[in-house]
Design a protein. Structure first.
Length: 189
């Protein structure tokens, strides 16, 4: 298998993975207890229907991208592979990291608020937001790993150009590790 086919296959696998994760989180979203008092359609509230539609659109989008990345090599090289070298890749790294941290921090705050006091609606908010936030978090972390791995491979030949990327990725993984330790120690996760 040539390297050209390897990268096409890799992009299609990443998009397929995101589609499968979307299916799992769609199932998690629809399996939540129904809102019998506020149900618009099949016992689902407007928020849950919106979430179900968004996750379904995510599945359709990532499935389409998986097929498109597998079939059209020139489009993949012009569009998708540019995130490995362009400034847009750096922006995606930062946005993905912020999405992962802020989303999980919001879930931790909602879970913490539901445990202190008689306001249990925060637990319901956390349960309903969890599928969407967890999908965004996993997608962000996988995109960070994807960009770092491919940039590391492209910079591997020249050690001098790879050191700043290694330092940036160490900072990113250090922040994620510190967040994991914080959640593990405090139990807010």
């Amino acid at each position: 298998m040539s390297s050209k086919n390897k990268f096409i296959f890799s992009w299609s696998i990443l998009f397929s993975l995101w589609a499968v994760q979307g299916i799992l989180f769609l199932w998690q979203f629809t399996a939540l207890p129904s809102d019998t008092g506020q149900g618009l359609l099949f016992g689902y509230s407007w928020f849950r229907l919106t979430g179900i539609i968004l996750v379904f659109l995510w599945i359709v989008f990532t499935s389409t991208m998986a097929i498109y990345a597998w079939k059209y090599h020139t489009w993949k090289v012009k569009r998708l592979d540019t995130i490995f070298t362009a400034v847009s890749g750096d922006i995606l790294l930062v946005v993905s990291l912020l999405t992962a941290i802020v989303g999980q921090a919001a879930l931790a705050v909602l879970s913490g608020l539901s445990q202190h006091g008689a306001i249990f609606s925060y637990a319901a908010y956390a349960a309903r937001l969890a599928p969407l936030i967890n999908l965004a978090t996993l997608t962000g972390l996988e995109l960070i790993g994807w960009i770092v791995i491919h940039r590391w491979q492209s910079y591997r030949s020249g050690l001098e150009s790879g050191k700043p990327l290694f330092q940036k990725s160490l900072i990113v993984w250090g922040i994620l590790g510190a967040l994991s330790i914080f959640v593990g120690i405090t139990g807010l996760g």
